[in-house]
Ligand binder design. Structure first.
Ligand SMILES: NC(=O)c1ccc[n+]([C@@H]2O[C@H](COP(=O)([O-])OP(=O)(O)OC[C@H]3O[C@@H](n4cnc5c(N)ncnc54)[C@H](OP(=O)(O)O)[C@@H]3O)[C@@H](O)[C@H]2O)c1
Length: 243
């Protein structure tokens, strides 16, 4: 049996992942309602900006399933936000905090609860956190986004080291999904060009049909997380799988 915890299942990549894992027991974590034909094993509604609620609920989320020896449990940290798209001189404390809460703190707290729940269980334990090329490439207007994705990459790497030393067999990696045709790209294309000078490039990606359909990204993510040698790599990039 495979249990798959997925955040941000209401739209975009997260929604496409539901279809990809429909043969498994999906535990959906979303802020908004999920409108999907895929049967969900459990659903939890959470605003990932609410870190106290997340801290309180996260152990309940992972203890809501009882895997047997030999089962697989996956956590896919998918939910994310690109906002605020503003130059550094214009981002205020609330802008950074909201970004970091969703993109860094929420995955970190979910990873913590996942480790707490499963560290001593003889099951396959995998965490895949959706990151971005922005983690390693500075882009004007994306100070909060770039720095948040860089931070979550590091958290995943630290988990790998600690898991190895503690012998918990928790396998953690990040995934760069490329430029996906989702609402996030719609938001990026409607940014203020003053704040986001790369806007024309992103409009061109859409116009020339270079955006990757979320279904294709979801398929690739599944290939990554189900691979026998998943634990060998800390960071996966969709460009290694599709042209
Ligand atoms: N699209 C791209 O080109 C691209 C490129 C690189 C990386 N990524 C990464 O891929 C992942 C998926 O992105 P996407 O393109 O599918 O984005 P999307 O279409 O904007 O969807 C974002 C998802 O995250 C959820 N979310 C955002 N803030 C939340 C909060 N405070 N609490 C709970 N859920 C929240 C949204 O829920 P609501 O419906 O409730 O808002 C939604 O389900 C993200 O981590 C993103 O950074 C995307």
């Amino acid at each position: 049996m495979r249990y798959v915890f997925i955040t941000g299942t209401s739209r975009g990549l997260g929604k496409a992942l539901l279809n990809e894992f429909k043969g498994d027991r999906i535990i959906s974590l979303s802020r908004s309602e999920v409108d999907s034909d895929v049967q969900l094993f459990k659903t939890f509604h959470l605003d990932l900006k609410n870190e106290s609620e997340l801290e309180q609920e996260s152990s309940k989320i992972f203890s809501s399933v009882t895997p047997d020896e030999g089962d697989e449990v996956f956590l896919i940290n998918n939910a994310g936000t690109v906002e605020p798209v503003q130059s550094v001189e214009n981002i205020d404390a609330a802008g950074y905090l909201d970004s970091y809460k969703v993109n860094v703190l929420a995955p970190a707290l979910l990873i913590k609860a996942f480790i707490d729940e499963y560290k001593n269980q003889n099951i396959t334990k995998r965490i895949l956190t959706v990151s971005s090329g922005a983690a390693v490439k500075a882009t004007e207007g994306w100070a909060a986004y770039c720095s948040s994705k860089a931070a979550v990459n590091m958290i995943s790497d630290v988990v790998r080291l600690e898991s190895s030393r503690h012998g918990t067999h928790i396998e953690s990696a990040t995934f760069r999904p490329g430029v996906i045709d989702t609402d996030m790209q719609t938001a990026i294309r409607s940014s203020d060009p003053e704040q986001f000078p790369s806007i024309e490039k992103f409009k061109e990606y859409k116009a020339s049909e270079q955006l990757i359909p979320p279904e294709k990204v979801a398929q690739t993510l599944k290939t990554v997380i189900t691979a026998e040698n998943f634990k060998d790599q800390g960071h996966y990039d969709i460009s290694e799988y599709i042209q």
